[in-house]
Design a protein around this ligand. Structure first.
Ligand code: AKG
Ligand code: FE2
Length: 303
């Protein structure tokens, strides 16, 4: 429901857990699932990712390749990308990211037993660079409010769920802005988005511009992402609320649903997972369902 003001409790749900392996009661798990799918950020002020003694040396931006924003790791292939350093350094970084992948998976499985094996682990990232020092084009600038969608990686309606931990050693917060609910974002921008072209999507797949087929859903999500970021007036005037995640806290959010912007901070871990649309507890809350309702058409099948 639309309302004129936004308070922290509209966008943040706080949880007391202090361990990644905490047992989670049914009632807590239901509360977390409903809050998550309705577009809230699940915030864990006491949930830290302590680094091992030999890992603290990685808290330095010099480990990341200046060409890529983050250091990333695939738990499935064991491959580390975007990192500098000798083979031992790289193996140490990979072990650290792999630990984060394991910790966050353990928590997600306990918090959302309903998702079960439908929740697929994707990339893990370590972000050692200062957020606001990145010189980027508007489309790549995550300090502008946006919902996540990636040009080369269509999801076909699968969700983007992310776990974050701020590990700043000197207590620096990671500062976000959280924007208005997805429905309002979509209502604001949908009419200005050019129609979907199946022929163009097929061509982009054939040419390898996209990994897989950019469905109508992906088309609308990507253009929401791009037009939001490019609209300077919207960035200033849209309803939004700042929130600073303290050092040693964690948060979980559907970044394709929640309008967000990262304004400042350094040293964070992030784990991405994907969930197919049929696996939701509240399927009417997904960006796919909301876009289909607004456009009165199916966006992933036969389009
Ligand atoms: O690095 C961050 O704090 C968030 C950046 C962002 O927009 C994202 O990961 O989706
Ligand atoms: Fe994002």
């Amino acid at each position: 429901m639309a309302c004129d003001t936004m308070d922290t409790e509209h966008v943040i749900e706080t949880f007391d857990l202090s361990s990644w392996a905490s047992p989670v009661a049914d009632s807590l798990s239901q509360k977390a699932l409903t809050a998550l799918e309705s577009g809230k950020v699940l915030y864990f002020p006491k949930l830290d990712f302590p680094l091992d003694a030999h890992e603290t040396r990685f808290l330095d931006p010099r480990w990341s390749d200046p060409k890529s924003k983050n250091i990333s790791f695939s738990q499935t292939t064991g491959l580390l990308k975007g990192a500098l350093g000798n083979p031992q350094d790289q193996a140490g970084l990979a072990r650290m990211l792999s630990r984060y992948a394991s910790f966050s998976t353990t928590l997600l499985r306990a918090l959302f037993p309903q998702y079960g094996d439908n929740l697929k682990l994707a990339r893990t990232s370590f972000r050692p660079a200062e957020v606001n020092r990145r010189a980027l084009s508007p489309r790549k600038d995550d300090s502008r409010l946006h919902v996540d969608a990636f040009p080369a990686s269509p999801t076909g309606g699968n969700r983007i769920l992310r776990v974050f931990t701020n590990v700043h050693p000197n207590g620096k917060t990671r500062d976000w802005r959280l924007g208005e609910p997805f429905e309002q974002v979509a209502e604001h921008f949908l009419s200005g988005i050019r129609p979907f072209s199946p022929a163009w999507s097929s061509l982009m797949r054939t040419l390898g511009i996209t990994r897989g087929y950019r469905s109508a859903y992906d088309h609308y999500m990507l253009h929401l992402h791009d037009t939001m970021k490019a609209d300077e007036a919207y960035q200033k005037q849209a309803r939004q609320i700042p929130f600073s995640f303290p050092a040693h806290s964690s948060w979980i959010v559907y970044t394709d649903l929640v309008s967000h912007a990262a304004m400042a901070g350094q040293f964070a871990f992030e784990q991405t997972c994907h969930l197919p649309d049929f696996a939701h507890a509240h399927p009417e809350t997904t960006p796919l369902a909301r876009l289909e309702a607004l456009l009165h058409r199916k966006l992933t099948h036969g389009s």
